[in-house]
Design a protein around this ligand. Structure first.
Ligand SMILES: [Fe+2]
Length: 256
């Protein structure tokens, strides 16, 4: 979002019909005054509008900070570099493919970028460990969806994104975490991000796995495993359909 200098636009009008006022607000006015008015009243109104705008700016600023944080955490780590952005972009594309409205597409992109932000509190030595995690370490790692949604909770603009962050490790069969939700209890956008998170992880280099799979190999695996219990089978089918339709000519893709 672009920053603009804020000039409150206040219509001063002798029109008193509700329709006129609505038309004025729709044309971009922030407020209106009917003649005759008191100067002090007008000044007070301008002050409060400016205050509101500053508050809005601060909130947007906090959202920017959180996004920067998300990109910074993974930038430290060769293995996950770019992962969140890729998940955000592909999730948004998937939502568009499924015909979701624009506001959902915006939210799922944010959710994709922020899904692992809760990992900020987890020691890198654990995150990068190639050996099997101990029970304590597993518990720590499994806290990241809850920590992540706590980080973003104060931001009103991210309220629709919280369920994606919290539930991106739930499984269709109920064996996921943190709430062990089953099937349609899992928010649909979290089910989508789960599929794409796994897809991206399998097509990129990870410390705990030697090889990298091509997109085609991963799609083949997903076809075989769509009933395995991790994913929503219908959404998985749709995702495969999208990938085959949109990317078939670009395969095999070169990785950077
Ligand atoms: Fe995660």
């Amino acid at each position: 979002t672009s920053r603009r200098k804020f000039f409150p636009i206040i219509l001063v009008t002798s029109l008193n019909q509700v329709e006129d006022k609505i038309a004025g607000l729709e044309a971009g006015a922030d407020d209106f005054f009917s003649k005759p008015f008191h100067t002090l009243e007008l000044v007070t109104k301008i002050r409060s509008l400016i205050k509101l705008e500053r508050l809005q700016d601060e909130l947007e600023c906090s959202e920017d900070i959180i996004f920067t944080l998300a990109i910074t955490i993974e930038a430290k780590d060769l293995y996950t570099k770019g992962h969140s952005e890729r998940v955000g972009n592909l999730s948004a594309e998937f939502a568009g493919f499924l015909g979701f409205p624009d506001k959902d597409i915006i939210n799922i992109r944010k959710g994709g970028i922020l899904h692992d932000i809760g990992k900020i509190g987890i020691n890198e030595a654990i995150l990068l460990k190639s050996a099997r995690l101990s029970e304590d370490e597993t518990t720590l790692v499994r806290d990241h969806p809850v920590i992540g949604s706590k980080i973003c909770k104060p931001l009103y603009s991210l309220r629709q994104v919280l369920p994606i962050i919290r539930s991106h490790h739930e499984r269709w069969d109920g064996k996921g975490y943190p709430d062990e939700l089953t099937g349609n209890e899992i928010p649909v956008m979290a089910r989508m991000v789960n599929i794409i998170d796994t897809f991206d992880a399998m097509t990129s280099i990870r410390p705990y796995r030697a090889g990298v799979f091509t997109r085609e190999e991963v799609i083949d695996t997903m076809k075989k495993e769509k009933m395995s219990g991790q994913w929503d089978p219908h959404l998985t089918e749709k995702f495969i359909e999208m990938m085959e339709k949109q990317y078939i000519n670009q395969w095999p893709l070169k990785r950077d």
